[in-house]
Design a protein around this ligand. Structure first.
Ligand code: ATP
Ligand code: MG
Length: 255
């Protein structure tokens, strides 16, 4: 892309953003390529308009957007230039589904976003409660927005569902489906990566999620199960070991 074209695109994208935090969140992720990628998604009709920021994190910023029918979307944009990415290799190298041709930061991040999308797709196919994946391109994942006009769904870290028992059942059902039916290990399971919406759990943040063939699969799995013990305690289940958590998932496997 020529410099003038890029400047034109950026000024179109930044038009009308007055809020300082939103402006900063945009600046963190919008290098020339990412701007071009967003415009491609707009041209292809996936996104009509990009809006305010939902979250700014270490690896990605998540933005609110709408599609052509004004349905809300969550647009997760991985940072290409401002990420400490070295620690991510160990999550992706052993995944047989991923082939990285070039050992560059950019190709890692692209594969990361692609894998997050694929993980969401596989999860949906197996009935796991996740935001519905819409599309992905380069460092961007577009998915269903969970929340309403007042804001995104809160994290399990921040709220407790009203019907704890029902929520717990849905959470265990989804996790059982994810690990045993879909064969995917989340690898960053925690109260920060479960949204609570209309008393239902939604699992998010699947970029690092891998399969059982990964050489570190069991390490990731046990770490997740330790987190599950913590979550279940807050949800009124008194278990203390990862093995008990595993049993609760295995009990729910559909034969
Ligand atoms: N589909 C969604 N609908 C509503 N909110 C979302 C959605 N996806 C993500 N979020 C919000 O954005 C936050 C960050 O998303 P996510 O956990 O996927 O990114 P992250 O990888 O943790 O980011 P980082 O590690 O860089 O902090 C979530 O905690 C949640 O508040
Ligand atoms: Mg997260």
């Amino acid at each position: 892309m020529r410099v003038e074209e890029y400047q034109e695109l950026v000024s179109r994208l930044f038009e009308g953003i007055r809020d300082a935090d939103t402006r900063k969140a945009y600046q963190e992720v919008f290098d020339a390529d990412t701007v071009a990628t967003i415009f491609k998604l707009i041209d292809d009709g996936y996104i009509k308009e990009l809006g305010g920021v939902i979250s700014t994190g270490k690896e990605a910023n998540v933005f609110y957007a709408v599609d052509r029918t004004n349905s809300p979307l969550a647009v997760k944009i991985y940072r290409v230039n401002t990420t400490e990415f070295r620690h991510l290799w160990k999550y992706i190298e052993g995944d047989p589904r991923v082939r990285i041709k070039k050992r560059s930061r950019r190709s890692l991040i692209y594969q990361w976003a692609r894998r997050e999308f694929k993980n969401l797709e596989t999860a949906v196919k197996h009935g796991v409660s996740v935001p519905f994946p819409i599309t992905h391109r380069k460092n961007i994942v577009v998915m269903e927005y969970i929340g309403d006009e007042r804001g995104p769904a809160p994290l399990l870290k921040e709220v407790l569902p009203k019907d704890v028992e029902e929520f717990r059942e849905l959470l265990l059902d989804s996790l059982s489906r994810l690990y045993y039916d879909a064969g995917i290990i989340h690898a960053d399971l925690s109260e920060y990566n479960v949204l609570v919406w209309e008393d239902k759990p939604f699992l998010i943040d699947m970029g690092q999620a891998t399969t059982w063939e990964h050489p570190l699969a069991y390490e990731f799995f046990y770490r997740d199960m330790n987190q599950l013990v913590k979550m279940l305690k807050r949800l009124g289940v008194n278990i203390t070991t990862p093995h008990e958590a595993i049993r609760l998932l295995k009990e729910r496997v559909r034969r």
